[in-house]
Every structure is written in structure tokens, then in C-alpha cells.
Design a protein around this ligand. Structure first.
Ligand code: URA
Length: 256
């Protein structure tokens, strides 16, 4: 059997600066005060190279608190209404719901696609560019499921119109991919899309003469918004959950 590969070695001061713990100078001061502890011992040299392992949060503390997880980091957040997904747009952003230090992380965290200001539900946030591109790439077809509340009662033909794959949104010339609509009651439907065009759900209902009054995303791929993740709350995704994002949910009852 070949030996386990050695973890990558990184300079401690650079690692902590990239995690937002301050400038190199501030990190050197933390080290001098004995506030950086690795594997149970105070680190004495801020420039030391350390092996970067997946369990860093268990091996290192800063001022007695477990160090933040290094990149790559993937989070899910229950986006509340009234926050924007962009770093640049004015207004309160989803990033303000995370620890403030995380706004200084390098690589920066960004949302995987966007939800409108008034849309709620499952949003992924990551610093992993490969993961982000795999999810948003038009080739991924990762299904996104929305619960849609409507101003007018559904007329009964919407499922067929959306499933046909020939609906062209106003201002576009390429038809939408087929989408699945499940009617839950006359004013509520579940819509599953495999693309992410600008304001897509609202524009699809506008195209059939209706108006979306509330929009909530409850699933991406095979990853559901956990019922105990309250609006504004977030948690890290495990590798299995990251893989689930790129799979299709199987809603058929399991035999087990
Ligand atoms: N479609 C929309 O219209 N808005 C969203 O926020 C997401 C999908």
C-alpha cells in the first residue's frame, strides 16, 4: 500500500490572514501572545509552515476558539426576504448573516447563483470556484425547485405549457428548457427548473398571465432545505451534501 499523501504545507500567518484574522502584523502579535494553539501547543513562529489538513478546526484554536474552516467551504443558508445576494448591490446582504470575519476571507465567499430580494429559501454560498461553476453551468442541469404563490388561480394549462419546452420569455429568442409544474392548490404550485435565467420563475408566470406574490426555493439537486434551518440560519455542507447538489432527487418511495 502506498503511504498517505502529505498534506499541503502553508505559512501559518498567510493561512490566518486569508481566513480574515487580521493583517500579517496582527497575526504575528497573536502568536507572540501565545494565542494561536496548534495540536495542543502554542505556536512560537508565525512564519512556520504547517500541514493543512481537513480537521484544522479540531487542531487549532485562536484565543481559545476553534479556527474557522479553511477553503474550500460550502454553506447552505436559509435566505430570508429583504437581503440581496450580491456584494455590490446596495442593501443588507446574505454575507452579513455570516460571521463578520468571513467577509475578509481569501478566496472570497460568493453565492451560487442568486435569489431575488424578496425570494426566500435554499441558497448555497462557497469559496470553491470549481463547485460554483459546476452547479451554475448550463451543462449541469441541476434542478432547482420553487414553491410559488400566485395572485390569480391557476387555469390548468400551465403544466403543459411549461413542460413543452417551447416557451420563449419576453426579450429572449431561445426557448426555455422543459420545466415541471405540480399544482398544490389553486394559488400554489411547485416548479422545478433546470436552468437559471434572470427572474425566470416570475417571468414564466407573467408569460401565462399570472403574477408571483411569493417565491421560496426548497431544493437544489437532491439537497433539500432542512426544515430546522430557520430563516437567516446557515450551516456547512458535508461532502455528501455537496455531491447531492449535482444529483437529481428521486421522489419515488424507497423500498427499505
Ligand atoms: N426566479 C425568480 O423569478 N426569482 C428568483 O429569485 C429565483 C428564480
Amino acid at each position: 500500500m502506498s503511504p498517505a499523501p502529505r498534506p499541503p504545507a502553508v505559512r501559518l500567518d498567510r493561512l490566518l490572514a486569508n481566513l480574515g484574522y487580521g493583517s500579517r502584523r496582527e497575526i504575528h502579535a497573536l502568536v507572540r501572545k501565545g494565542e494561536v494553539v496548534l495540536d495542543g501547543r502554542s505556536v512560537s513562529d508565525a512564519g512556520a509552515r504547517i500541514g493543512l489538513t481537513a480537521d484544522m478546526t479540531e487542531r487549532m484554536t485562536i484565543q481559545g476558539v476553534p479556527v474557522d474552516p479553511p477553503a474550500p467551504l460550502v454553506l447552505m443558508i436559509h435566505k430570508p426576504a429583504g437581503v440581496v445576494c450580491s456584494h455590490r448591490e446596495p442593501g443588507r446582504s446574505v454575507y452579513e448573516l455570516l460571521p463578520s470575519r468571513w467577509r475578509s476571507r481569501i478566496p472570497a465567499l460568493s453565492s451560487v447563483g442568486r435569489l431575488d430580494l424578496d425570494t426566500t429559501g435554499l441558497l448555497l454560498i462557497t469559496d470553491d470556484g470549481d463547485f460554483l461553476h459546476r452547479v451554475i453551468s448550463p451543462k449541469s442541469h441541476a434542478p432547482k425547485r420553487y414553491i410559488t404563490r400566485l395572485a390569480e388561480p391557476l387555469v390548468g394549462t400551465e403544466s403543459e405549457v411549461f413542460a413543452r419546452g417551447d416557451l420563449v420569455l419576453e426579450g429572449e429568442d431561445r426557448p426555455l428548457a422543459p420545466a415541471r409544474l405540480e399544482v398544490l392548490d389553486p394559488f400554489t404550485a411547485r416548479l422545478t427548473l433546470t436552468e437559471g435565467r434572470y427572474h425566470q420563475v416570475k417571468r414564466m408566470f407573467a408569460a401565462v398571465g399570472n403574477h408571483v406574490t411569493a417565491l421560496h426555493r426548497d431544493r437544489i439537486g437532491a439537497l433539500d432545505l432542512p426544515p430546522d434551518l430557520t430563516p437567516g440560519a446557515w450551516r456547512r455542507l458535508s461532502p455528501v451534501q455537496c455531491a447531492a447538489v449535482l444529483l437529481e432527487a428521486d421522489d419515488t418511495p424507497s423500498l427499505a
